[in-house]
Design a protein around this ligand. Structure first.
Ligand code: NDP
Length: 390
């Protein structure tokens, strides 16, 4: 049976890996929508190649170029937030949510309201509005499938298990670009140095977030929201080889580990074919050649983001939305050269300190509107904190 598929964030790293898998078996899929941002050349090329119904750029000022590239092809061109929502509402069997940042939330919610299975790479959706996203899925009988490699690993380790028998979830972290740098060198880290990952080939923003461990801190919150465990049941361990993606510890003392190459096509392919496993074009590991798996405890002086994530989980409510927005704005600040690498965590901490204790943060109802308001407020506060440091 032909499956109707849409890919949100199709021009990015996860989107392109998804297209790679789908294009290998193109006859099995009908492509409903592909969406992107500024890169309309890539978006149009893939929409033409895969004969998508519609191609949507998030940015209205890119529409003319997209239209010109698709002219006469029969592929519709559209732009802007409303067009993204309209694309998410088109009947489909499976949608990849791989927009980067908080912008991924609204299209994901729209897809779930239509009962569509959501393959979720956009971790920011769970961090900013986990309870809302999961409740929307439940209310509409829709499935959310994790695509982040750690969460896909946990999901796979839990197949056939009773969630009540889970004692702890251990997510691994490579440690990113600065794992072995002297602490005092971190404040001089350049954008180019922060943008290179030792093991994974990913988009620039998540690569920098790996170096600062903001990525892992988002994943801690994502784990709590997706698997409904308490924060003290979630551990992070540094595993420089990036071959064990996560482990689940059970009440009988057993630990199930998920081992695989650092290739996102595994987690994407698992979500694409779930609940069955299909052959995937990923490298097979030679364990004897690898020889050693090593682990170490994460150092919170090097990676203060982990401590901040624990505070956010304790606060609950809209703290995740504030944390993510402050993180996104401080990352913009680092990319633009406004602040140093080490100042990103300091800016986020400033914002959380300012907002914490406000009942609006911990007890407000989580809706798309309240998340957006908190996102806006936290970005504003982060911009002020950045300006104060200049
Ligand atoms: P990329 O930066 O490579 O791609 C992001 C995608 O989102 C692109 O298609 C981009 O379009 C689009 N986009 C950018 N801004 C907007 C916006 N404002 N509105 C709508 N679309 C926009 O990111 P990744 O593929 O690396 O990551 C995507 C998501 O998956 C993130 O949430 C990330 O945390 C998560 N993830 C990524 C992993 C990886 O290996 N890369 C691993 C696990 C999770 P364009 O490029 O055309 O501007």
């Amino acid at each position: 049976m032909v499956r109707r598929v849409s890919i949100f964030g199709a021009t990015g790293s996860i989107g392109q890996n998804t297209i790679d898998l789908i294009a290998r078996d193109a006859e099995a899929y009908e492509i409903i929508a592909l969406t992107g941002g500024a890169n309309v050349d890539q978006l149009a090329a893939d929409a033409l190649r895969l004969r998508a119904q519609v191609a949507v750029t998030a940015f209205e000022d890119r529409l003319d170029d997209l239209r010109a590239l698709l002219s006469g092809s029969g592929v519709e061109a559209a732009a802007g937030e409303a067009a993204l929502l309209e694309a998410a509402e088109r009947p489909a069997d499976w949608i990849m949510s791989a927009i980067v940042g908080a912008a991924g939330l609204a299209p994901g919610l729209a897809a779930l309201r239509h009962g569509t299975t959501l393959a979720l790479a956009n971790k920011e959706s769970l961090v900013t509005a986990g309870p809302l996203l999961m409740a929307t899925a439940r209310d509409h009988g829709a499935q959310v499938l994790p695509v982040d490699s750690e969460h896909s690993a946990v999901f796979q380790a839990l197949v056939g298990e009773d969630i009540a028998a889970v004692e702890r979830i251990i997510i691994t972290a490579s440690g990113g670009a600065f794992r072995d740098w002297p602490l005092e060198a971190l404040e001089h880290a350049t954008l180019a140095e922060a943008s290179s990952h030792p093991n994974w080939d990913m988009g620039q923003r998540i690569t920098i977030d790996s170096a600062s461990m903001f990525n892992k801190s988002l994943e801690l919150i994502e784990t709590k929201e997706y698997f409904v465990v308490t924060p003290d049941q979630i551990e992070v361990v540094v595993h420089p080889e990036s071959l064990i993606h996560a482990m689940v510890g059970f009440t009988d003392g057993a630990i199930m580990a998920h081992v695989g190459p650092p290739d996102m096509r595994h987690a994407i392919g698992y979500a694409l074919h779930w609940p069955v496993r299909r052959a995937l074009p990923v490298h097979r590991l030679d364990l004897a050649q690898i020889g050693t798996f090593s682990f170490r405890a994460p150092d919170e002086d090097r990676w203060p983001a982990l401590r901040l994530a624990r505070a956010v989980m304790a606060e609950g409510g809209l703290a995740g939305a504030a944390f993510n927005a402050a993180k996104e704005r401080s990352l913009d600040g680092f990319i633009a050269g406004e602040i140093k690498f080490t100042e990103m965590a300091a800016v986020v901490e400033d914002v959380l300190t300012q907002l914490s204790g406000d009942p609006g943060l911990s007890s407000a109802e989580i809706t798309l509107d309240t998340v957006r308001q908190m996102d806006h407020l936290a970005r504003q506060r982060a911009a002020e904190a950045i300006a104060a440091r200049q």
